[in-house]
Design a protein around this ligand. Structure first.
Ligand SMILES: Nc1ncnc2c1ncn2[C@@H]1O[C@H](COP(=O)(O)OP(=O)(O)O)[C@@H](O)[C@H]1O
Ligand SMILES: [Mg+2]
Length: 485
């Protein structure tokens, strides 16, 4: 008897039951040779009932494997609903020995939880919730935060901080990528403040030419400079009197104006251009930035003293990719909004579309999602939205490149291999491809609860989200005594 371990014998079973995907291995006759734990779960069929039998007898499975056995060509990222209510992404490869196809390996990823979100969304749609104009009308709605949609803990946390700050006259610095809703937050803070009856005046510091900025902000008196309006002009500080001044893209404010703004904030007075009489400023200042002000400070492009003065309360609005669970609600609301606007029926999203929306990393955040949904409503055909209606960047940047569909005849193997994005890698580059960054810290009960919440209790998906194995997840569930309902 040889002492050398037979690696293939040892490795294969361990490998099969370590991966998250359902793995099926068949021989050239379609007889099932391996059927792992995940396959048992996905299909609800124990290995004992299927190993040794022909997969071709199982109608839900036969076509895909049959095709691969026949053509000897791999199928990548095909969407497939093997039985009602189960949605998978499937990769199937032939096993080739000396040019002969001797079998096939099929790897399936359960994306049912994502699709279920989409379907729940559709059901809610059919109830026809109240359109935005009525539900969120700022005048009628006593709660200004109703306009900020989303239930994710990270968003609610930001809303919580913002509403605490709203009641005070404190300066607030709102940070976050473009399109995350910074201006929406600023507006809600204003509406919730004691200045709600005053005006909300926004200035985009990046959009006003440097030489006009001062007069824009401080206004000028009659005849202040050549070319000035003879009657003089009110500055934004004056227009916002008794209300709120929102300084968007504050990082773009020229340095000399940073000094002047700081003086207004510190002393509460300012001088209109061409005037030597100080005017009292009566505004609450909110500022927003999508840049790291710390970096600008290091490069001497932003004044540290102004930063501290603005940063009394900081609210970080998280990017959409860090709160993907908000996507269904936002999608639903925008589907309603634009269907109403274009007088079209609310379209139904194909499961592939829902999956793509959930897997995309949304560099343009909510603004990009809103535009995307608007497009989908416009392009929808007979109340349906298909993957080809999605904008190019969504299809290209997701795992759908090289998509092979169930009935497609295209040879996807010839296309460049798509970057395979596992379900859990809701691509958060900052978190190393994982939704949660658990590296270098302990997993908390809250992490586990959040992951289960985000995946609607699907443990396989939750484990992927956390970047841990199912077994490890079960250990944590036991250790933290989390009950599943
Ligand atoms: N949580 C949200 N709920 C509803 N609409 C949102 C939300 N976040 C952003 N939006 C919408 O997305 C778009 C961009 O928001 P905006 O506040 O202008 O982002 P930013 O100022 O961060 O670039 C707007 O149409 C806004 O109404
Ligand atoms: Mg903005």
């Amino acid at each position: 008897m040889s002492q050398t371990p037979d690696w293939n014998q040892i490795l294969l079973p361990v490998l099969l039951n370590t991966v998250y995907e359902a793995v099926t291995i068949v021989d050239s006759d379609g007889i099932v040779r391996h059927w792992n734990d995940a396959a048992e779960q996905l299909y609800g069929i124990p290995a004992d009932d299927i190993v040794g039998k022909s997969i071709l007898d199982f109608s839900w499975k036969s076509l895909m494997v049959e095709r691969v056995l026949q053509d000897g060509v791999a199928i990548e990222h095909a969407y497939h609903e093997p039985r009602p209510g189960v949605h998978v992404l499937i990769n199937t490869s032939p096993l080739v020995v000396s040019g002969q196809t001797v079998g096939a390996v099929s790897v399936e990823q359960d994306v049912t939880s994502i699709v279920r979100l989409g379907q729940e969304l559709m059901q809610t749609n059919s109830l026809r919730a109240i359109p935005r104009s009525e539900s969120d009308n700022q005048q009628n709605n006593p709660n200004p935060w109703a306009a900020v949609w989303g239930h994710s803990p990270v968003l609610r946390e930001a809303v919580h901080t913002a509403s605490r700050a709203a009641g005070t006259d404190a300066t607030v610095l709102i940070t976050g990528e473009s399109g995350v809703g910074k201006e929406l937050f600023a507006h809600a803070i204003h509406k919730m403040s004691s200045r709600a009856d005053g005006r909300f005046i926004a200035i985009n510091c990046g959009a006003i030419p440097k030489h006009l900025f001062e007069s824009e902000l401080f206004g000028y008196n009659p005849g202040a400079f050549t070319g000035a309006d003879r009657k003089g002009r009110q500055g934004k500080l004056e227009l916002a009197r008794g209300g709120t001044l929102f300084l968007d893209e504050i990082g773009e404010l020229p340095l000399d104006l940073q000094v002047k703004l700081l003086r207004v904030l510190e002393e509460g007075t300012y001088y209109p251009v061409g005037s030597d009489t100080p005017v009292e400023a009566n505004v609450r200042v909110l500022a927003a930035t999508n840049q790291e002000l710390q970096h600008l400070i290091e490069k001497n492009e932003f004044r540290r003293d102004l930063f501290y003065r603005l940063n009394v309360v900081q609210i970080g609005v998280p990017p959409l990719r860090e709160r993907l669970e908000d996507i269904p609600l936002l999608t639903q609301r925008y589907l309603q909004e634009f269907s109403l606007k274009f007088n079209r029926p609310i379209p139904e999203l194909n499961p592939e579309v829902t999956i793509t929306l959930m897997r995309y990393d949304w560099p343009g955040n909510v603004r990009q999602l809103r535009n995307t949904i608007q497009r989908l409503v416009i392009l929808s055909e007979e109340g349906h939205v298909h993957v080809h209606h999605l904008p190019h960047e969504l299809r290209q940047d997701s795992a759908w490149q090289g998509l092979g569909t169930w009935d497609s005849q295209s040879n996807t193997a010839e296309q460049p291999a798509a970057t395979d994005v596992p379900l859990g890698a809701f691509r958060n580059p900052a978190a190393g491809g994982q939704f949660f960054s658990l590296q270098g810290r302990h997993v908390t009960r809250e992490d586990i609860l959040q992951a289960l919440h985000r995946t609607y209790g699907n443990k396989t998906a939750a484990a992927k989200l956390l970047g841990i194995s199912r077994g490890t997840l079960y250990n944590y569930i036991q250790r933290f005594q989390i009950r599943s309902e």
